[in-house]
Design a protein around this ligand. Structure first.
Ligand code: HEC
Length: 409
């Protein structure tokens, strides 16, 4: 039943395309709002399906562009920018695949999921039909690859580099995100939170503001003290985004301001500059290695020493079922050392996972345990969690519920 409905949705634009191509102006008389199916619609859906199936068996040689022209162009337009409303016969907004800013940050696997199982699997409108009965996996792959070519400007880093966020290693990909993080330890009793606002601008740049605040268990007493930490502002610039080798490298530079309370230990009491190299290497089967390394340089060394920090995160991403939940198990290894002679290196490991909460994949949760590997007598484990909203994907409340039209239960 649901499959039939989505097939009629395919018929309309294909008809629109056929009529349009033969030179008729305006919407064909047969156009009617989606959902009001007629017998004629059902018949043409069937014959359309046959011709598509024939094409499917004819073959491997049908390129992404040909498939797009035959099956998608009626709705998505000649250039992928979306066909005019009076042609498609519906008012739902269409994505503009030629707009690099809007589409390069998308992952091709998500596009493939939408093409295969229909808009609703990612919380989109059901007008976007499911093509799993019409196109082979290979054809879905090639039409998704073709969508990528509609943004002509190669400088935009692709969404494939936007891998799952680790607990401590920062992402190299420039983001539009709000991330709220929390790290809690028992001895000493400490809860440290961050509200991180990341705003992308231009093709390869991003600005971020990190506002920490926390609560500390006062030594000896039963009372907790709370307050602001040291606010930081940083810029990130993508240096390399090589889709062939699957490598992204960015530089981050920032300033940490002494807004935090020194008495509670939430602030250092000095301004510091920080510089980091961030990177990710994509590995087969949606796996990845992310890395970060750099220094924090306080201006007043009597208050805080210079320090170095490095981290690596190895992870993979797996979809469980066709809808919504995408899990990313990750393990991190981090090291930090004060840049004074004789200072020890502190190593930690952070086993963790990230899971997507919304069908649109724009709201995600990460949870992990930060375990010291060295100096375990003085350093305790921390429970870490974050909550992330990718603002570029859509409004917070949009796209939570997903379903798979026509999928077998
Ligand atoms: C019946 C009209 C129609 C046809 C035919 C159609 N689409 Fe769509 N498609 C839509 C609509 C409408 C949306 C936007 C849904 C939304 O934003 O809620 C969409 C969304 C998408 C998206 C998600 C974009 C994003 O923002 O992530 C992809 C990918 C896509 N279509 C690919 C295709 C491909 C490839 C084809 C051909 C094989 C195709 N569509 C055929 C109507 C259609």
């Amino acid at each position: 039943m649901r499959i039939a409905a989505s097939l009629s949705a395919v018929t309309l634009p294909v008809l629109a395309f056929a009529v349009g191509a033969s030179g008729a102006a305006g919407a064909p008389a047969s156009m009617r709002p989606l959902g009001q199916r007629s017998a004629v619609g059902a018949i043409s859906a069937a014959s359309n399906r046959e011709s598509l199936l024939r094409r499917r068996h004819a073959g491997a040689d049908s390129t992404g562009e040909q498939l797009f022209r035959a099956t998608c162009m009626g709705c998505h337009g000649v250039d992928g920018a979306g066909a005019p409303r009076n042609i498609v016969g519906f008012t739902a907004p269409l994505p503009d695949f030629s707009d690099c800013a809007a589409t390069t940050a998308e992952m091709r696997v998500d596009w493939m999921a939408v093409i295969r199982d229909g808009g609703p699997v990612r919380g989109f409108n059901r007008i976007m039909p499911a093509f799993r009965d019409l196109l082979t996996p290979q054809q879905i792959r090639s039409v998704a690859a073709y969508l990528r070519t509609l943004c002509q400007d190669r400088r935009w880093p692709l969404g494939e580099f936007n891998v799952a966020l680790a607990q401590t290693t920062e992402k190299a990909f420039p983001e539009d995100e709000i991330v709220v993080t929390s790290a809690a330890s028992r001895s000493p009793g400490l809860v440290e939170n961050h509200i991180i606002f990341e705003k992308r601008f231009g093709i390869r740049d991003q600005l971020e503001v990190d506002l920490p605040f926390g609560f500390v268990d006062r030594p000896g007493g039963s009372s907790w003290a709370g307050g602001l930490g040291d606010l930081s502002i940083a810029g990130k610039h993508v240096l390399i985004a090589n889709s062939t080798s699957g490598t992204i490298v960015s530089a981050l530079a920032g300033v940490v301001l002494p807004t935090g309370d020194q008495a509670t230990g939430l602030g250092t009491g000095t301004t510091a500059f920080e510089g980091f190299i961030l990177g990710a290497q994509l590995l087969p089967a949606r796996s990845f290695f992310q890395f970060q390394g750099g220094v924090t340089l306080p201006t007043d060394l009597s208050r805080a020493p210079r320090s170095a920090y490095w981290a690596g995160a190895l992870g993979t991403t797996v979809a469980v079922g066709p809808i919504t939940r995408i899990w990313s198990p990750i393990v991190e290894l981090t090291g930090t050392r004060d840049l004074v002679s004789g200072a020890p290196v502190d190593w930690n490991t952070v086993p963790q996972f990230q899971v997507t909460l919304s069908a649109l994949q724009h709201v995600r949760l990460g949870v992990g345990l930060d375990i010291p590997l060295t100096h375990r007598d003085t350093r305790s484990s921390q429970l870490r969690a974050y909550f992330l909203w990718d603002m570029a994907d859509g409004p917070f409340l949009q796209g939570w519920k997903g379903w798979c039209p026509g999928c077998e239960p």
